[in-house]
Write a protein that binds this ligand. Sequence first.
Ligand code: PMP
Length: 306
Amino acid sequence: MELPTYAYFEGEIVPYREAKVSILVHALNYGTAAFGGLRGYWNEGDEQLYLFRAEDHFQRLLNSAKILTMEFDETPADLIHITKELLQKEGYHQDVYIRPLVYKAEEGIGVRLHDIKAELAISALPFARYVANDTDAHVTISSWRRIDDNMIPARGKIAGAYANSAFIKSDAVRSGFDEALVLTSDGHISEGSAENVFLVRDGVLVTPPITENILEGITRRTVLQIADEILGIETRERRVDRTEIYVCDELFLTGTAAQITAVTQVDHRLIGSGKMGPITKRLRETFDDVVRGRVQSYSSWLTIVY
Ligand code: PMP
């Protein structure tokens, strides 16, 4: 993976190699950090880098910080400003992934959330595909369960909670799958290891509601909106049983990294015909047009970098 040249660290842009923390820093020991992940899409024709829904991503980051009792003076607009400055300095002319991080930065021993100074860091690196097999992914239902809102809030994008995602992902990949879906403690479909999930049944686009211990995905929100407004597809947020996944017509995962990843097999059962379905295909094309600035009516979702 190509690493950045610069990072925003302790209030300024510094060489990436100088953006370092101590081994006793609270967040590293106790997982008391939260992160974001947004993309910048390069548009060759416009010679422009577009950040997708940056305001929403930074608002979610600040909400995560709030859950972890961190206080920052910066607004989402301030964070967009810093990110633009960082990207201009990097000078990327390709798709990028931006990783903002808020973390409990003091060194010492003691598990708690309160009275620990927090810091904010941002870095950005070149990035293309996340799920290698994004048109034909094979997934399994994980034997792990999703963390509950009353354990580690999933809507918080809290670093420590990603140990749960890592168990889910690695066990799936080492068993030969591309990804896994994970169930809530009471056995309903929650989401993927780092993606939300959608299924199509009888022409209706269905996704679990935000009360199913999912991360409130910004791609999820985007797909719900463009399915309704551009493609005129009926959408529904409701609980999903495990075996609905086996009998649905189409299935896909959404996330900033995964974008819209078509799933064609679950636990060795074919989804639909075993090929990417027509609704998934149309959503992927429309999504790509939107994020690269080719749909005028959604241009308010984009931030111009250069
Ligand atoms: N669920 C989890 C657990 C995630 O880590 C992510 C990636 N951020 C998502 C869903 C998708 O969220 P988004 O579309 O905002 O990237």
